[in-house]
Write a protein that binds this ligand. Structure first.
Ligand code: XIL
Length: 298
């Protein structure tokens, strides 16, 4: 194919971008989006603070701009993210215990119900594991409601939208390490007990090298019987950037259950990583070497 999306589709995959509703009036941005991508993720607009600014009062205005733009053009949508320790509304940040648990499950149910039938994959829970060597859960207000909060969220999401793939999503999981193994053990446990989980997202916010076992790590999760997805790919600028984008692309294609790749923005100027210049288009909207190496790898 001649674009990221069409080339990925020829391999039975999607190629997506995180986008911002506020940039849908930028014609250069929208032209690249519509030409190159067949999946989108809302960069911020589906997060808890955006969709439920007051308890049980929902606002889907900006999320709908993204969903409608995508679906009217045949692009699929990754829902990001139902529950996360960050970007919570103030009212939830100040809650705890069963009140927070009930509010969190209500959030999952209401948002997943609103978007039922429109979401390819939901990040039901984002970033719930700790960095470092513990392999355990990250401390958060949600974690303090009880270790079963993740499975409760997945069960609620399944009940609300039985057609969406339900994913667990995290970062610093780019090889076989204590954190990825902690997640692996959770997924294995969920599969053995019938907790509904369909996919694991590997954010892949990468530096100047890629773990040699990146592909092997994807494969061990796939072997548990879940799909894997590259969900937030961006790579530090430098002499390895184009090569790392290509390595990640080849790793996904080499794992039959790796169903798609999403880059976390379009132009370097759109990236949350600022001066890392971590994306596939430069600040003027020109394709970078990283773009060409990615397309070549597809
Ligand atoms: C980032 C967005 O890109 C920023 O615009 C926002 O200010 C903070 O969040 N992991 C995630 C994403 O799961 O939601 C984060 O997105 C980047 C890290």
């Amino acid at each position: 194919g001649t674009t990221l999306g069409t080339s990925a589709a020829e391999k039975g995959r999607y190629f997506g971008a995180a986008i911002a509703a506020g940039k849908l009036s930028d014609s250069q941005y929208v032209n690249i989006l519509n030409t190159e991508f067949n999946s989108v993720t809302a960069e911020n607009e589906m997060k808890w603070d955006a969709t439920e600014p007051q308890q049980n009062v929902f606002n889907y205005t900006n999320a709908d701009r993204i969903v409608n733009h995508a679906r009217s053009r045949g692009m699929s949508v990754r829902g990001h993210a139902l529950l996360w320790h960050a970007q919570q509304p103030g009212w939830a940040q100040n809650m705890s215990g069963s009140a927070l648990r009930n509010a969190a499950i209500n959030h999952v149910t209401k948002v997943a119900t609103y978007y039922r039938g429109k979401i390819h994959s939901w990040d039901v829970v984002n970033e719930a594991f700790a960095d470092g060597g513990s392999g355990g859960r990250r401390d958060s207000n949600l974690q303090r409601t009880g270790n079963d909060w993740i499975e409760a969220a997945f069960r609620a999401a399944r009940a609300a939208d039985p057609g969406a793939k339900l994913c667990y999503n995290d970062y610093n999981t780019d090889g076989i390490n204590a954190k990825s193994t902690g997640i692996y053990n959770m997924v294995r446990d969920f599969k053995s007990r019938g907790v509904p989980i369909d996919c694991v997202g590997f954010q892949s916010h990468l530096g100047t090298t890629l773990s040699s076992d990146y592909q092997a790590n994807l494969q061990r999760f796939a072997d548990l019987g879940v799909d894997v997805q590259i969900t937030e790919l961006d790579v530090m600028k430098g002499s390895n950037q184009a090569n790392i984008f290509a390595q990640v692309t080849r790793a996904c294609l080499a794992v039959s259950r790796c169903t798609g790749i999403t880059v976390w923005g379009i132009r370097d100027s759109d990236s949350w990583r600022g001066s890392d210049d971590a994306l596939l288009w430069d600040r003027s909207g020109n394709k970078k070497q990283a773009y060409h190496s990615t397309l070549e790898a597809l």
